[in-house]
Design a protein around this ligand. Structure first.
Ligand SMILES: Nc1ncnc2c1ncn2[C@@H]1O[C@H](COP(=O)(O)OP(=O)(O)OP(=O)(O)O)[C@@H](O)[C@H]1O
Length: 272
């Protein structure tokens, strides 16, 4: 599936991924993935459990190698992790022994940026995630939502061209999750990174994305994971989840997901 806008931040062409399972059996997780992502575009991947969303994200992150096809980021073929692609996980991944400010400053410091630049970046992203007054706290002193804000700021402080987010709000209660969705929209509007975001929630995808990609299949469903549908979302931000237009698209996305699923898998797709 192809983005109309250029230049491209990611070019995923006929990508497949086969794992070696227990006792050496081949587990074909993905087959024939075609996805171009334009610079500055916000793309969400949705689909039932096991359809390969996280696998695709890990391939783009360079944590694992593709088995077939072609996968390019802006700097060329992806052959490992790189500072151009920042990853935010569900479990925050903060350094517990560092303060909030030191966590955010960590990447720029590792890269040897001048200290004035490190200070400026840290301050900028602390403000962006509304944690100025928590700069000297430690992660354990913060709520889950606040820790995830730090994790987002920490990744953004590295100035990545592409932000890869794997169920980043999956562990949070629904109110915190909603607030972070609003925050992420605002941050994205300010910084405009390219975002590839994995979620189980169709509503979350529709709230956030310029484009929602629906995946289906997966080794446990007898066919490798693949893309079955996409929706380009042009609704103005911040989006009103109660608006009729929002719910029309949401219905279409849910139909696209459910059309592919045997009854047994329905429980693994969250409507909200
Ligand atoms: N390292 C691995 N070795 C073998 N099989 C794997 C490995 N990693 C993932 N898989 C298989 O690949 C398929 C896709 O997994 P993946 O985690 O990408 O799906 P997902 O859509 O992200 O699922 P979920 O929504 O539950 O996180 C699954 O069947 C999984 O068991």
């Amino acid at each position: 599936m192809t983005a109309t806008a250029t230049p491209l931040a990611l070019r995923i062409k006929d990508v497949g991924k086969t794992y070696t399972g227990h006792r050496g059996t081949a587990v074909e997780a993905l087959r024939g993935i075609d996805l171009d992502v334009a610079e500055g575009e916000f793309v969400c991947l949705v689909g039932a459990s096991g359809c390969g969303k996280s696998t695709l994200l890990r391939l783009v992150a360079g944590f694992e190698d593709i088995t077939s096809g072609q996968l390019d980021a802006r700097n060329g073929p992806v052959d490992g992790p790189g500072p151009d692609r920042g990853v935010v996980f569900q479990d925050y991944g903060l350094f517990p022994w560092l303060t909030v400010a030191a966590n955010i400053a960590y990447g720029p410091r590792q890269r040897g940026l001048p200290s004035a630049e490190i200070t400026a970046r840290t301050a900028r992203y602390l403000t962006m995630v509304q944690l100025d007054s928590f700069a000297e706290r430690y992660p354990s002193e913060l709520s889950g939502g606040m820790q995830q804000r730090v994790a987002i700021a920490r990744v953004l402080a590295n100035d990545p061209a592409v932000l890869l987010m794997d169920e980043p709000f999956g562990a949070l209660d629904s109110l915190t999750r909603e607030r972070l969705q609003h925050s992420l929209t605002e941050i994205w509007q300010q910084v405009r990174p390219t975002v590839l975001f994995v979620t189980h929630s169709v509503e979350e995808a529709l709230f956030l994305a310029d484009r929602v990609i629906v995946m289906s299949g997966g080794p446990n469903h007898g066919v490798p994971g693949h893309i079955v549908h996409e929706e380009r979302v042009t609704l103005a931000r911040p989006r009103d989840v109660t608006a009729p237009e929002f719910n029309t698209i949401k219905r279409r996305l849910l139909d696209a997901i459910h059309a592919q699923l045997p009854d047994v898998a329905l429980a693994s797709v969250a409507p909200g």
